[in-house]
Write a protein that binds this ligand. Sequence first.
Ligand SMILES: [Zn+2]
Length: 447
Amino acid sequence: MINQGSNIGIPVSKKLLKNLRVVNPCSKPAFLENAFVAISGETIESAGSTMPEGEFDEVHDLAGKVALPGMINAHHHLYSTLAVGMPLPKNNPANFIEKLQEVWWKMDLALDHDSTQACFEAGLLDSLKAGTTTVIDHHCSPSYIEGSLSLLAETGEKMGLNISLAFEITDRNGEEKFEASLNENLEALEKYSGSPHVHPTVGMHASFTLSDESLKKIHDAVSSLDSWGIHIHVSEDRADEQDAADRGYGSVIERLNQFDLLNQNALIIHGLHIKETDVDLIGEHNAMFVHNPSSNANNRVGMTPNLNLDELASGLGTDGMQANMLREGKEGMLIRSSHLPGGAASVDYMRLLFGNNPEIASKLFGRKIGRILPGYQADLAIYDYSPRTPITESTVFGHVFFGLSELPSDVITRGEFRIKDRQLLMLSEKEIKANAVTQAEKLWSHF
Ligand SMILES: [Zn+2]
């Protein structure tokens, strides 16, 4: 357990950010000109157009820069960070399952401690640089299981991000690795439950790589704990639904429900081919649902219906495709548009990113995350952005998805600058990148 009360008696540092343009999509007000943001310790104390009273240890003049809330990636695979440019299999995978077998399951099996660490460091660096300050990760390194989630938690702590942990439990690597993966999740649950910046979950790969016996084992291992929730890929491809049907279940969601694995803390990822009754079941359990449009497009598995995203207040994740959430939101919108006839309703990706993701992160971490409002964790992505059209409450959408094309110049998490004037503070970006290149070469030599 991380000690949350260690600063009792130590005065909390107070910062004032001034001369900011605060863009707060899906919050009221959605835009503040000439704003002041007062931060006390890790928390936003006030955000408004008048200078707050009181003494401040630091005052930062942001000279008219534009601040967005630090963003949340509601489903990520940091373990795929070193896959950029990776050699592809000689034979082009013909479908989703072949893609898993030929690419991802070979790569994850080749990850050792050092390459996993490089993935975490370089992946979180990428996230931070893109203004993504909370990462809900789904990890898999079957040759390096024990200690991998602690390594991720420690890396997140070192870089100042909020991290949700999960190790993908699966049958595909044999019983010993199944047990070790289950155990890694259980240890993280014990170690980090109640921690302010680390949220442990029970990671499961997908229904089609888990037998009934395995689902029962997972349920029996966690059901007596005070708080737990699964984090699982569901119905990403039709093959997952076919597998559940072949095992005698009405659907993947019905199968998980039969084993009492659905609850309000469950993270249901993808859900492309779920039925109306599955939507109802997810809703009844008040479970969380996460859409990953760029990955779905890349894997050619189809598109989640508009209605399901609306009804389930879906979050937005990248499924390891990228760290930049503004890009994911824009790509999601464009991918959907390309499939819709003129005049048809689409999905509000700004709502997914700045409305639903903060709800998901706040529920998981038990604190307010993802808005520039009093009482929220002080996570901000600040852009040196000179707009060519007026920013007002009603033009926020256009500026978010069509104006802010550069990375933020400054990133604050938990009230501390982590990136200032494009420079990563405290750690060497150059060293992290150089190590990642070395580890990528080593990793790729395995296939
Ligand atoms: Zn995924």
